[in-house]
Design a protein around this ligand. Sequence first.
Ligand SMILES: [Zn+2]
Ligand SMILES: [Zn+2]
Length: 160
Amino acid sequence: MNKKRIPWDQYFMLQAVLLSTRSTCNRLSVGASLVRDKRIIAGGYNGSVAGDAHCTDEGCYMVDGHCLRTIHAEMNAILQCAKFGESTDGAEIYVTDFPCLQCTKMLLQAGIVKINYLRNYNNDDYALHLLKLKQIGLHQVKLDKDTLEQLPFNTYLSDK
Ligand SMILES: [Zn+2]
Ligand SMILES: [Zn+2]
């Protein structure tokens, strides 16, 4: 029997999806994986500064339509590299939602060479301009029903 392996893009994107389930902001659950040489170097989700209240407990801290409390998933992934001394130069990111302008600028400055995203999310015109200017690869990853049905999660169900 020919065992079908999950393609790299879907594999890394599913890591980002899994990370997003740890988000503590009520607004949007975002997950991001940083990948270099087919290896995950860091991951992040959107949430508060460690030790601060969670939006899921106290409500979002909203100003001008943005939640001020949260650090975005992409930034948390980059910061994990800064904290533990891993280079981000030449890495790709897999992120569940199209990055905001601030995150796009940060990713470019950190040397990210390709952005793989799952869903469109208020795609910013200036972010798109910068990505084009810097010739950054932009790729929308598709998660189709076949791929998801192929995941053997049921075989890992713990006994009651
Ligand atoms: Zn929030
Ligand atoms: Zn962002």
